[in-house]
Design a protein around this ligand. Structure first.
Ligand code: NAD
Ligand code: MG
Length: 294
């Protein structure tokens, strides 16, 4: 019999300890360590033989997608920043324990040349590319709009928006009919917070990019969708994503009264990548603990 859980109590629901790290943050140093499905995700071979590239695949939501893909039978390349090598090595060992190929491709998505080459490097190392998950993101809160520096503005837009366009352009050399692109946007693209003005703008830009691309690529048989998470316990939030005083009660104002864990998003990334999602394109799936995304 399958377990029936009360979703309010299924994962960590206490207050979080106050904690802060430098961007981009190391998941392994968080307390509690986020659940990315290392033990908790079970695969059913729904992506056997597929080849996926996941940006931000070292930690948080991208790591949950990368692990789920490997457990579903895919070979997986991940991109992350060189400072995140220790998190990335953990993901490598989970993927390899499934008997799947793991390819680590560290580098900075603010660098256009690196970012364009990343797609080709992944396709070469995996011998093809069926699934592209553009998930890396930067979020730095500022309580006063005057404190958003031009550097922060450029970095946030380059990582969250420009890199998506660059990678999409290169990926069209590789994605076959039946290929799938998934972009991690956010509830912030629908209901922006006062302290995340620049970040929220990038997340609405991703929304419209998803819809344009789904419409443009339908005729090629390539699907493009988005996931819009609500508050999920990941390094991004404790590395400048939220003011430290917001961390203890992070996620507790959602209808389910707790933060999400990355593994709770994994099945949606699998569905959108797999053949079961064959009539799903141009859509954005909210996984928010109950907050509406419209
Ligand atoms: P995370 O910190 O685990 O992942 C973000 C990743 O982005 C990092 O691991 C890092 O590898 C990558 N990254 C950042 N800057 C980069 C750069 N310059 N070059 C290359 N890679 C870079 O946090 P997460 O919350 O899992 O974030 C994943 C996505 O989810 C992001 O797009 C974020 O906007 C989105 N999101 C998160 C939440 C949340 O509550 N955690 C909510 C909504 C949306
Ligand atoms: Mg990380």
């Amino acid at each position: 019999m399958t377990e029936l859980n009360n979703p309010k109590h299924k994962y960590y629901e206490d207050k979080f300890e106050k904690q802060e790290q430098q961007y981009p943050g190391i998941q392994n140093k968080m307390e509690p360590v986020p659940d990315c499905g290392e033990e908790s995700y079970k695969g059913y071979n729904r992506l056997e033989g597929r080849k996926a590239l996941v940006t931000g695949g070292d930690s948080g939501i991208g790591r949950a997608a990368a692990i789920a893909y490997a457990k579903e039978g895919a070979d997986v390349a991940i991109n992350y920043l060189p400072d995140e090598e220790s998190d990335a090595e953990e993901v490598r060992s989970v993927i390899e324990a499934q008997g799947r190929k793991a390819v680590l491709l560290p580098g900075d998505l603010r660098d256009e040349n690196f970012t364009r080459n990343l797609v080709h490097d992944a396709a070469k190392a995996l011998d093809g590319l069926d699934i592209l998950v553009m998930n890396a993101g930067m979020q730095q809160y500022q309580k006063d709009v005057r404190d958003i520096t031009t550097e922060q503005l450029k970095d946030t837009f380059t990582i969250n928006v420009f890199s998506n366009v660059w990678m999409m352009q290169e990926a069209l050399d590789h994605l076959p009919e039946g290929g799938s692109v998934i972009i991690t946007t956010s509830i912030q693209g629908f209901s922006p917070s006062d302290i995340l003005a620049d970040y929220a703008m990038t997340k609405s830009a991703q929304r419209s990019f998803i819809i344009s691309m789904a419409s443009q690529l339908g005729e090629k048989g390539i699907r493009v969708n988005g996931v819009a998470p609500g508050p999920v316990w990941t390094p991004l939030q404790i590395s400048g994503g939220q003011p430290p005083e917001n961390i203890p009660e992070f996620g507790q104002t959602t209808p389910l009264e707790r933060a999400g864990q990355p593994v709770e998003l994994a099945d949606t990334y699998v569905l959108l990548a797999s053949d079961s999602g064959s009539y799903i394109t141009g859509q954005i799936y909210g996984i928010t603990g109950g907050m509406p995304i419209n």
